[in-house]
Design a protein around this ligand. Structure first.
Ligand code: AMP
Length: 474
C-alpha cells in the first residue's frame, strides 16, 4: 500500500492511549494512511462511519486503533468485528492483537470448523475483541451459548460487500437482533452497492461517509505468469518439483496463513532447501533478520503471508510462487509485483486446485494478466531440464586455477575420465528431483475445467468481469 508521506497528521494526533501507540510503533507504521487519517478522528469521537476502502489501504488499523483504545479497561467483549472469511477473520484478529498487546488487549477469532467450546471458553475468559464470520457467530448467538458474556459497544462490518456476495446479508441482519441498540457501528466496504447502503441505513446512526479512492492497480509487464492445476494433496510435491526444475535464484513463496508458512518452511528445510518463513507473529528484529538474509542470498526461498510481505522491497526476486492462490485479484498484482523489478524479468507461478479454478478466472479477468497453463514436469522432464541447465552452467563456468592444480594432482592417480565421471556424479547428487512421476491434472481435465469456467462466465451470472473495468471483489 502507499502511505502518503506529506500527511498533516501523525498517529500522536489522534488521542490514542500511549500503549496503543506503542503497538503502532512496534508494527512499524510511521504515518497514518489516508483511510486512517480520514476515519480515526470520527471514530474516536464515537460516531458511526461508513467507509469505502479496499484491502491494503490500512483499513484494519483505521477501525482497529480506536476500537482498541476504547477496550483498554473493559472486561468482556467490547468490540465485535464481522468478517466474510475465516482467513480474513484470523488476519484481522492477529493484526489487532499485534497492535493492542501492549495495552493487554485480548483478541479471539471465531469461525466455523473450530471447536465451539474452545471459542466460548476464550470469549468467556475476557477477550475484549472478537472477530467472527457471520455463520458461526449467529450459531453461537442463536443457541445462547455466549449468554451474558456478549454485549459489544463497537461493531464493525469488514468487507461488507464480500459478505453480501457470499449471501451473508440475512445472517448479518439477524446478528444485529442480538446486539445492543446503544453502540457505535462502523461499516467498511470496497464497494457500496445498494444492498449495502440499505443495510447501512438500518444499522448505522447518522454515519459519516468516508471515501478513499483506491489507486489504480498497475500490473507489471516484465513478468511471465504460469499456473499449474493440481490436487490439494499434491501441493507440496508440485512446489518442490517446480523449484527443482526452475532452480530460482530467489523465490518468494506466498501462503494464506502464518501456520502454513511455518509448516511449509519446516517441510522445505527438512527436504534440504534453504528456506525461512516471514509472518506477522514474528518480532520486528526477527523479521528484519530474515529479510536481510533473503536480500543477501543466505536463504533463497522466503515463505510469507501477504501481510508480512507488504513492506518487502527487494529488487532481485526471480520468482513469486503462489503456493495458495491469493484472495483477491488486487493481492495477486501486489504479490507478483515483487518480481520483475528494476527492468529485470520475473516469473510468477500459481498453484490452483480445481476448486480454486473460479478464483483464478476472477484474477485473470480483473487484473488483465495472461496466465499460461503449464503441466508440472514429470521426473523425466525435470531431469532433462536439470541436465540442460547443468550443461549451460558448465559452458559458462570459468575454470579456476585451483581446479587445474587439483585436476593435475588427481590425474597422477586416476584416469581423467574417471575424475570427470566422479565430478558429474557429485553434481547429480545435489539434484533433488524425486517424488511421484506425474503431478497435477492431465491437460484433458484442465481443458474441461477451462471450458466450464468460460461457460459460467458467459452465462450472465453476477460474476462476469470485464478486463480493465473496476472490479468488485468477492
Ligand atoms: P489492511 O488494509 O488493513 O489489510 O492493511 C494492509 C497492511 O498495511 C497491513 O499489513 C498493515 O499492517 C499495514 N498498515 C496499516 N496501516 C499502516 C500504516 N499507517 N503504515 C504502514 N503500514 C500500515
Amino acid at each position: 500500500m502507499t502511505i502518503e508521506d506529506n500527511s498533516l497528521q501523525t498517529f500522536d494526533d489522534f488521542g490514542l492511549h500511549k500503549d496503543i501507540l506503542k503497538g503502532v510503533h512496534e508494527a512499524g507504521f510511521r504515518v497514518p494512511s489516508p483511510i486512517q487519517q480520514e476515519s480515526i478522528p470520527y471514530i474516536m469521537k464515537g460516531m458511526d462511519v461508513i467507509a469505502r476502502a479496499q484491502t491494503g489501504t490500512g483499513k484494519t488499523a483505521a477501525f482497529g486503533l480506536p476500537a482498541l483504545h476504547f477496550s483498554r479497561d473493559v472486561s468482556g467483549v467490547n468490540v465485535l468485528i464481522i468478517a466474510p472469511t475465516r482467513e480474513l477473520a484470523s488476519q484481522v484478529s492477529d493484526e489487532l492483537y499485534r497492535l493492542g498487546r501492549f495495552a493487554g488487549i485480548r483478541t479471539v477469532a471465531v469461525y466455523g470448523g473450530q471447536s465451539i467450546s474452545r471459542q466460548v471458553d476464550l470469549i468467556g475468559r475476557g477477550a475484549q475483541v472478537v472477530t467472527a464470520t457471520p455463520g458461526r457467530l449467529l450459531d453461537h448467538l442463536k443457541s445462547n451459548r455466549l449468554k451474558d458474556k456478549f454485549s459489544p459497544s463497537i461493531v464493525v462490518l469488514d468487507e461488507a460487500d464480500e459478505m453480501l456476495d457470499m449471501g451473508f446479508i440475512d445472517d448479518i441482519e439477524a446478528i444485529f437482533g442480538y446486539i445492543p441498540e446503544e453502540r457505535q457501528t462502523l461499516l467498511f466496504s470496497a464497494t457500496l452497492p445498494k444492498e449495502i447502503r440499505s443495510l447501512a441505513q438500518k444499522i448505522l446512526k447518522q454515519p459519516v461517509s468516508i471515501d478513499v479512492i483506491p489507486k489504480e492497480i498497475a500490473t507489471p509487464t516484465d513478468i511471465l505468469h504460469r499456473y499449474y492445476v493440481i490436487e490439494e494433496r499434491e501441493r507440496e510435491e508440485a512446489l518442490v518439483r517446480l523449484i527443482d526444475t526452475d532452480a530460482p535464484q530467489k523465490a518468494l513463496i506466498f501462503c494464506r496463513t502464518k501456520k502454513e508458512t511455518d509448516l511449509l518452511s519446516t517441510t522445505l528445510i527438512s527436504r534440504g532447501y534453504v528456506a525461512k518463513a516471514l509472518h506477522g507473529d514474528m518480532e520486528q528484529s526477527q523479521r528484519n533478520e530474515v529479510m536481510d538474509s533473503f536480500k543477501k542470498g543466505v536463504i533463497d526461498l522466503l515463505i510469507a503471508t501477504d501481510v508480512a510481505a507488504r513492506g518487502l522491497d527487494i529488487t532481485n526476486i526471480t520468482h513469486v510462487i503462489n503456493f495458495h492462490i491469493p484472495f483477491t485479484p488486487e493481492s495477486y498484482v501486489h504479490r507478483i509485483g515483487r518480481t520483475g523489478r528494476a527492468g529485470k524479468k520475473g516469473t510468477a507461478i500459481t498453484l490452483v486446485t480445481p476448486l480454486e479454478f473460479k478464483e483464478l478466472s476472477r484474477i485473470k479477468h480483473a487484473s488483465g494478466v495472461t496466465l499460461d497453463y503449464m503441466e508440472v514436469p514429470t521426473i523425466h522432464q525435470a531431469k532433462k531440464h536439470f541436465k540442460s541447465e547443468l550443461l549451460k552452467k558448465l559452458e559458462n563456468q570459468p575454470v579456476h586455477e585451483e581446479a587445474v592444480e587439483i585436476m593435475s594432482e588427481f590425474t597422477e592417480e586416476y584416469d581423467v575420465m574417471e575424475v570427470a565421471y566422479k565430478a558429474f556424479s557429485m553434481l547429480l547428487d545435489q539434484r533433488r528431483i524425486d517424488g511421484p512421476n506425474r503431478i497435477g491434472l492431465s491437460s484433458r481435465k484442465v481443458t474441461k475445467l477451462l471450458y466450464n469456467s468460460k461457460k459460467q462466465s458467459h452465462s450472465g451470472r453476477k460474476h462476469s468481469y470485464k478486463p480493465g473495468k473496476k472490479y468488485k471483489r468477492r
